[in-house]
Design a protein around this ligand. Structure first.
Ligand code: GAR
Length: 225
């Protein structure tokens, strides 16, 4: 097998239930994603996703921030754990920590995140509630490369979800999450296949500069351009 065809080794970082992790593992199992999950690491030992991963015989690790004096030392320890698995891509899947600049720089161009909004709109927390409060007609999720700027790195692909009359934050979150589960495995697949690349400060899709994020349409596993 050539280097090009080797499955992309992922380390996935989670803080909670891990439904996006599950979507990634399902896609791998169904042959839809040429990747392997080498390890799942959490900042919370009780994260539901850890148990799920261990049932799938994946290495799991928990690293408690309370054991470290500051963010930098925690992130250095986390980096040591991750690097032991030599991943091609580090995947943040509901990892609810702000990352230090050194950590982000170490994984430049191989660290991605999924965020529940149409970035650059609604960076930060409570995005579903804020979408309703602001009377937005449309909400969604974005997969982006991580940079030092919080929720600010280049966006690869987004999925749009209408905000419906009478929506609560919970109902809207559930509809967005369903779409996240399609979006994240697909974005990782494009990275694994080399279709998406970040080169010289420019995102490329199939070798062409991407001027704006790809949009996942509601039916097909193909991007609208
Ligand atoms: C997802 O909705 C993800 O987009 C969000 O946390 C949830 C994790 O759910 N991430 C962020 O808000 C990051 N800023 P999961 O644990 O079921 O995958």
């Amino acid at each position: 097998m050539s280097e090009q065809q080797r499955p992309l080794a992922l380390v996935v970082l989670i803080s909670g239930r891990g439904s996006n992790l599950r979507a990634i593992l399902d896609a791998i199992e169904h042959g839809e994603l040429p990747a392997t999950v080498s390890a799942v690491i959490s900042d919370r030992a009780t994260a539901g996703g850890l148990e799920y991963a261990s049932r799938h015989n994946i290495d799991i690790l928990a690293l408690d921030p309370a054991d470290y004096p500051d963010r930098e030392s925690y992130d250095r320890a986390l980096q040591g754990l991750i690097d032991a698995f030599d991943p091609g891509l580090v995947v943040l899947a509901g990892f609810m920590r702000i990352l230090s600049a050194g950590f982000v720089q170490h994984y430049r161009q191989r660290l991605i995140n999924i965020h529940p909004s149409l970035l650059p709109a609604l960076r930060g927390l409570h995005t579903h509630r804020r979408a309703i409060e602001q009377g937005l007609g449309e909400h969604g999720a974005s997969v982006h490369f991580v940079t030092e700027e919080l929720d600010g790195g280049p966006v690869i692909v987004q999925v749009r979800v209408p905000v419906l009359p009478g929506d609560t934050a919970e109902r809207l979150a559930a509809r967005v999450l369903e779409q996240e589960h399609r979006l994240y495995p697909l974005a990782i697949r494009w990275l694994a296949e080399g279709r998406v690349r970040w080169q010289d400060d420019q995102l490329l899709f199939d070798g062409q500069p991407l001027q704006q994020p790809l949009q996942l349409n509601s039916n097909a596993l193909q991007p609208d351009r």
